[in-house]
Ligand binder design. Structure first.
Ligand code: ATP
Length: 289
């Protein structure tokens, strides 16, 4: 019997984020193109004979109780499939928290994939994604990884081909942004919408220049108004020469897409001058299997 499974939980970025309308159930109807990058948390799942779920996190300020999304993932699977053994979940956080990179959702998704193996449940990714949707809107995407179009409240996932390989510089100013607050401030009838179809076509054609031209996130303006430093980071990244720049999710992380490695260091070092959380990573093209 397997006693330990380790899984990677990669961060995501939004290449587009559109809000179509506010629904009667309080959620927003969205249309987003998301892709994973190789900045990842690590989840170690260790079998416990005792029937309980224990969570331990390398970052002190992330909850280690039932508020942790990885805990919730384990609890749902355990109840649904009547597992009477326990698990110890150790999370090594590398993805910044409350950053717009879906760190918590990715930890939950990785926990679902890992427990599927540890507990030999033989569930398909579609089944795991359905369970994930009960935890949070971004969890389904994180179950599949790769690149996808997400609709509904973000839980309806259509896998698409991957963008051409490139570098991604992520810069996170030292603030945490509440996704609920940003959506709450959004004026849905005053939005300039992204051209999602044009972005899908650009990705399909692997046209890097067109992808950069179509980057658009309707939440940017809301977060920029509340936190001008996020707008400043975007401007700096453009000034240092990134090919395309956008805020991810509800922010505050801003990412730049860069094709030439020779430009990467200049942009990375330039941003490090005034922002302590800067990462140079790559897109991950494959979906999980
Ligand atoms: P999204 O892009 O999906 O809105 P985010 O990157 O903005 O997500 P997270 O890093 O997922 O935000 O964290 C949001 C909140 O969720 C945090 O304030 C934290 O307390 C809580 N949380 C629960 N579980 C986790 C986890 N495993 N890792 C990080 N945060 C978690």
């Amino acid at each position: 019997m397997e006693l330990k499974v380790s899984v990677k939980a990669p961060a995501k970025i939004n290449l587009t984020l559109d809000v179509l309308r506010k629904r009667d159930d309080g959620y927003h109807e969205v249309e987003m193109i998301m892709t994973t990058v190789d900045l990842a948390d690590r989840i170690d799942l260790i079998h416990l004979e005792e029937d309980r779920i224990v969570v331990d996190v390398s970052e002190g300020y992330v909850p280690n109780d039932e508020r942790n999304l990885a805990y919730q993932a384990a609890k749902i699977l355990k109840e649904r499939y009547s597992i009477n053994k326990g698990v110890s979940i150790y999370i090594t956080k590398n993805i910044p928290v409350a950053a717009g990179l879906a760190g918590g959702s990715s930890d939950a998704a990785a926990t679902l994939r890992g427990l599927n193996e540890l507990w030999k449940l033989n569930l398909s990714l579609d089944e795991l994604a359905r369970v994930g949707t009960e935890i949070g809107s971004d969890v389904a995407f994180c179950v599949y990884g790769g690149t996808a179009l997400a609709t509904g409240r973000g839980e309806i996932i259509k896998k698409i081909s991957s963008p051409p390989p490139c570098w991604v510089v992520l810069a996170k100013p030292p603030i945490g942004v509440s996704t609920a607050e940003v959506y709450g401030k959004l004026k849905v009838n005053q939005i300039t919408h992204p051209n999602t179809q044009a972005m899908l076509k650009a990705i399909e054609e692997k046209d890097f220049t067109k992808i950069c031209a179509q980057l658009h996130n309707v939440l940017e303006e809301v977060t920029f108004n509340t936190y001008p430093e996020v707008k400043h980071i975007k401007a700096q990244m453009e000034r240092f020469g990134a090919d395309g720049v956008l805020m991810s999710g509800s922010g505050p992380t801003v990412f730049g897409l860069i094709q030439k490695e020779s430009r990467l260091n200049r942009i990375y070092n330039g941003l490090r001058g005034f922002c302590s959380n800067v990462y140079a990573v790559r897109l991950i093209s494959q979906h999980h299997s």
